[in-house]
Design a protein around this ligand. Structure first.
Ligand code: HEC
Length: 251
């Protein structure tokens, strides 16, 4: 469901850098710059020019961002629009835009669900967490580091054999040395160390990664296990990345 990837975050960053670069380039190229005070020199002529160029805009009353009306778009219209944008996608992709009970609740309240509904969501989502049959929560932190860094999977450009990544860095800082990370989620540096590597904390983090909404209703974090985006082993590996004392997250 989440299509934001680290790659696209990078692309955005690069896009910004390029846009900035071309601005600098145009300055450096010594292009003639229209004098800023042209209007001051001949205000009447400047106004007449502006009115000619944008008659429609000139006629419109001034609007401020705050005064903008709140548009209530019907959910049917939104559904139809989303469906249309997925129109040519393969059938298994179409399923991804059908909201489950929890997403329906979150959509209806735009994520800001009342306490009672939040409790219902958490109760429902907790039932959708499967704990490891072997009772072991921690896998291999080195594998976990790769998974946390991998933004592939679930994208049009992926081939069928693509192994999904967790894309954790798109939203979280994890190891300190990483320079590229998103900030939608809290920083997870020293995650295990700060929690004294306690078993109860490991279990809680497993639940969070397996099904974020079993902890916080309408979380922006994907439900990696419940939605079968990551395998149980991948979740264990990522958990080790957070909780192994040898992991760079805890250095
Ligand atoms: C789309 C953004 C997003 C992605 C991707 C994401 N998270 Fe999160 N995560 C969040 C947000 C936001 C929170 C804050 C709590 C909440 O709203 O659910 C969070 C909270 C957490 C927490 C709890 C932090 C605490 O202080 O208790 C952990 C652990 C966590 N994420 C781990 C991960 C791991 C591991 C991955 C990758 C497998 C991941 N997250 C991917 C957004 C994301």
């Amino acid at each position: 469901m989440i299509t934001k990837s680290k790659l696209s975050v990078l692309t955005l960053a690069l896009g910004g850098a390029l846009a900035c670069g071309s601005f600098v380039a145009s300055l450096a190229a010594d292009k003639p710059v229209p004098p800023k005070n042209a209007e001051a020199a001949n205000p009447e002529a400047a106004k007449a020019e502006a009115a000619k160029a944008e008659p429609a805009k000139a006629a419109e009353p001034a609007k401020t961002a705050h005064a903008a009306p709140v548009h209530k778009v019907s959910p049917e219209l939104v559904d139809a629009y989303i469906k249309a944008t997925f129109g040519k996608a393969p059938p298994e992709w179409q399923e991804r835009i059908v909201p489950d009970e929890t997403m329906k609740d979150c959509n209806a309240y735009r994520g800001d669900v009342p306490v009672g509904v939040a409790d219902t969501i958490i109760e429902r989502e907790l039932k959708r967490v499967t704990f490891p049959a072997d009772g072991k929560f921690l896998g291999n932190w080195k594998e976990g580091a790769k998974i946390a860094n991998n933004g592939r999977g679930g994208q049009f450009s992926d081939d069928e054999k693509t192994v999904n990544g967790g894309n954790c860095y798109a939203c979280h800082q994890m190891e300190k040395a990483e320079v590229s990370f998103g900030t939608l989620g809290p920083s997870l540096t020293h995650f295990g160390k700060d929690r004294k590597y306690a078993d109860a904390e490991i279990k809680q983090a497993y639940i969070k990664i397996y099904n974020s909404q079993a902890v916080i209703a309408c979380s922006n974090m994907p439900r990696f296990g419940t939605n079968k985006f990551l395998t149980e082993q991948q979740i264990k590996d990522v958990l080790a990345f957070l909780f192994d004392p040898e992991s760079p997250v805890n250095k």
